[in-house]
Design a protein around this ligand. Structure first.
Ligand code: NDP
Length: 318
């Protein structure tokens, strides 16, 4: 990518990969993940020095190891969900520090589809606002990549999830995944529906990845002392707001979390990955890979993601 803009700014080019330096590995990718954060970097909402690669998630085999790398070796099956961008590639050199070793039970495609989105649901539900079971929560975009994993994880925890979606087809998917109440926010007022479902009380937590379009409605859906977890901006960045918005609705708490902070130590990453693998291996979560594109068709994949045509997870095959 030499400039920011629409999907057409991505170019499929040959670059010299080279050998890994100290603390680095070279990985041959088998499958790469598509995530909404890639759109933010491509469009320029999240800045980065150019020219640059894109993509933060992939799975593959270690093909060379640089000096001072001890926890992985050539031939290991690994995945990752981390910066720097550059996962949209056949082969890359990257830091070894935050690679996840894949158990035999997890295929490359599943790993590429779930490492970033699954680790996200893991920290949202276990750490940002820890769910114990019995809560009723609001989670937007319930049929998306993160959303279908969240629907299943909530059900497994005994949590009643209210999910929002933009079509009846997406509502059916979220329901089948375990989302207890699904609201079509194109045709229904989600704030009113949340009040109805909760008997007027509101929810203790909203997980909001939509941003601009849902921000105020999400605050309005909270019970007093509730927590707003604003973790994305699919509709655009949340505009500046007054802290009085939190006081006037009953001493709300707000946080704007991001995955890298939750997996920044080896211990945190290993614990989170083990939790995610357990949920998948025990069949409490099934990863829905509903779209596959050739990596060279990534512009079409971005266009479809932004046009809200995708559901569940999407992978790119190099
Ligand atoms: P999704 O598969 O969920 O795709 C985004 C979905 O957002 C769409 O399918 C659509 O669902 C909904 N949406 C609502 N308004 C818009 C709009 N104006 N344009 C496009 N989509 C819209 O993507 P991901 O699973 O990759 O990511 C989900 C969200 O989670 C993103 O906002 C992402 O940035 C965030 N995220 C944050 C992380 C963090 O650590 N902070 C980590 C991972 C993801 P519908 O049609 O049903 O409304």
């Amino acid at each position: 990518m030499f400039k920011t803009g629409g999907p057409e700014v991505m170019e499929y080019v040959d670059v010299e990969v080279g050998d890994p330096g100290p603390g680095e590995v070279r990985i041959r990718h088998v499958a790469c993940g598509l995530n909404f954060i890639d759109v933010y970097f491509r469009s320029g909402l999240y800045p980065q020095p150019l020219p640059a690669g894109l993509g933060q998630e992939a799975a593959g085999v270690i093909d060379a190891v640089g000096p001072d790398v001890r926890h992985v070796q050539v031939g290991d099956r690994v995945s990752y969900a981390t910066r720097p961008n550059g996962a949209y590639s056949e082969l890359r050199v990257m830091p070894a520090a935050f690679l996840v070793k894949l158990p035999d039970s997890i295929s490359f495609e599943t790993a590429a589809a779930m490492t970033l989105q699954g680790l996200t649901v893991q920290y949202l539900f276990r750490r940002t606002f820890p769910l114990r079971g019995g809560e009723t929560i609001l989670f937007h975009a319930a049929a998306g990549g993160v959303g279908l994993i969240a629907s299943q994880w909530a059900k497994a925890l005994g949590v009643t999830m209210i999910g929002t979606v933009s079509s009846d087809e997406k509502a059916a998917l979220a329901t089948a995944a375990g989302c207890a109440h699904v609201i079509n926010y194109k045709t229904e007022n989600f704030v009113e529906r949340v009040r109805e479902i909760t008997g007027g009380k509101g929810v203790p937590v909203v997980y909001d990845s939509i941003g601009k379009d849902t921000f105020i409605g999400s605050l309005d859906s909270l019970a007093p002392l509730g927590t707003m977890v604003s973790f994305g901006n699919a509709s655009g960045a949340v505009p500046p707001f007054s802290l009085n918005e939190l006081a006037s609705r009953g001493s709300l708490t707000i946080t704007r979390p991001s995955l890298p902070s939750y997996i920044s130590t080896r211990a945190d990453l290993d614990a989170a990955a083990a939790d995610l693998f357990h949920m998948v291996d025990s069949k409490q979560i099934k990863i829905d890979i509903n779209q596959r594109y050739a990596l060279k068709d990534v512009a079409q994949a971005h266009a479809d993601l932004e046009a809200r045509k995708t559901t569940g997870s999407t992978i790119l095959i190099p």
